[in-house]
Ligand binder design. Structure first.
Ligand code: MRU
Length: 355
């Protein structure tokens, strides 16, 4: 199997008329690309996690808005704007927690508003395409920078625990939490050991992170989520890297369900716990974690998915929050493309010029 780093998570097709995504619901068994150009299929691909991970969702939304806007027929700028606004709001309704979705859509929208009086519809469409390309290109550079800062924290032979998937599949390329490991490989380090939490219920750790790390040639160990404590207790974990879907102004952050438990255990065992996130995931308008909307998903993901037949009693109540919030007091540092923020995070973000 090829190194997962060679797979494109989300790109524009050559004719720039569709988004090409790697369908992550089929990994690791099948490598299948989907070409999407209709509003409902782009929305569905984000909702169903065919494309997932905060930065990758942002890229899909940016390309998606460009493609949908390109379908506008007519040359009336005001009509074009109200058409694009509807498509923007529709795409934005696909998932609530990852702020990169609304961040990317708002970036393209603000660019349109700033240019609407100076350009024709045709020109505005082209500018949307260029802006979407920039979102993707910048994400590659951002992820590499996060990787370089994270790499500085590593020592030869380290055991690294990660939760969910914040690797190349979750971004335009390289990832956030797994980027330091890709950078270490580039430096010829081949003695790191990565532990992947399986990440119930959708198994992003087992299906995606384990796949990424194994195909990259890293010594990879898969553990069930409830094995994290004993793995830490046995002294196998030196450092923890996780991603984020939204970081609040005080450093609280939402990430895949189970992350906050990992942080609590890490504090108990005295293991450094780092959140790896681009500054596009830091939402200064969200004051604390209590203000982050948490996506609730269908019960079937818990009771039926991945099992040959339903394994829970019919009629049992099921909670399925897709994310939880890790309190900033449990976070050693937040690794961004602008450097590592240490507590107090509000002051660190201010020094980094994050607005
Ligand atoms: O529901 P998912 O798979 O989209 O959740 C993904 C995560 O929680 C990631 O850790 C986060 O988006 C960061 S990806 C760089």
């Amino acid at each position: 199997m090829d190194n997962a780093l060679k797979l494109n998570t989300v790109v524009l097709s050559e004719d720039r008329k569709s988004i090409v995504i790697l369908d992550q619901t089929l990994l690791p068994k099948n490598i299948k690309y989907l070409k999407l150009s209709k509003r409902d299929e782009i929305w569905e691909a984000i909702y169903k996690l065919r494309v997932r991970g905060a930065p990758a969702i942002g890229c899909a939304a940016a390309f998606g808005l460009y493609i949908l806007a390109s379908g506008y027929e007519g040359d009336d700028v005001e009509g074009f704007l109200s058409f694009v606004e509807k498509e923007k709001d529709y795409l934005n309704s696909s998932r609530p927690t990852a702020v990169n979705l609304s961040w990317a859509l708002t970036r393209l929208w603000n660019m349109l508003l700033a240019n609407k009086d100076k350009h024709t519809v045709r020109e505005l469409k082209e500018m949307l395409g260029e802006e979407a390309d920039s979102v993707w290109n910048e994400d590659v550079a951002i992820s590499r920078a996060i990787g370089s800062y994270g790499f500085e924290l590593l020592h030869h032979g380290d055991g690294i625990l990660t939760h969910c998937n914040a690797g190349t599949l979750a971004t335009a390329k390289y990832g956030t939490a797994l980027a330091p490991i890709y950078i270490a490989l580039e430096h010829g380090w081949n003695d790191l050991k990565v532990y992947c939490d399986e990440t119930r219920p959708l198994l992003q750790g087992a299906r995606l992170s384990a796949f990424e790390m194994q195909t990259a040639g890293v010594y990879t160990t898969l553990i069930c989520d409830d094995m994290a404590s004993i793995t830490m207790k046995r002294g196998k974990i030196n450092i923890i890297f996780v991603g984020a879907d939204r970081v609040a102004a005080n450093g609280d952050f939402a990430n895949k369900i189970g992350t906050s438990g990992v942080a609590i255990m890490a504090r108990y065992y005295g293991i450094p716990f780092y959140c790896c996130a681009p500054t596009t995931t830091i939402d200064m308008a969200t004051k604390t974690g209590a203000d982050i909307p948490i996506e609730e998903r269908k019960p079937e993901e818990v009771t039926e998915m991945w099992y040959k037949e339903r394994m829970a009693p019919e009629g049992v109540h099921v909670d399925n929050p897709a994310f939880d919030v890790t309190d900033h007091s449990l976070v050693t540092g937040i690794i961004t493309e602008k450097g590592i923020a240490y507590p107090p995070f509000d002051k660190a973000f201010e020094r980094m010029g994050i607005k």
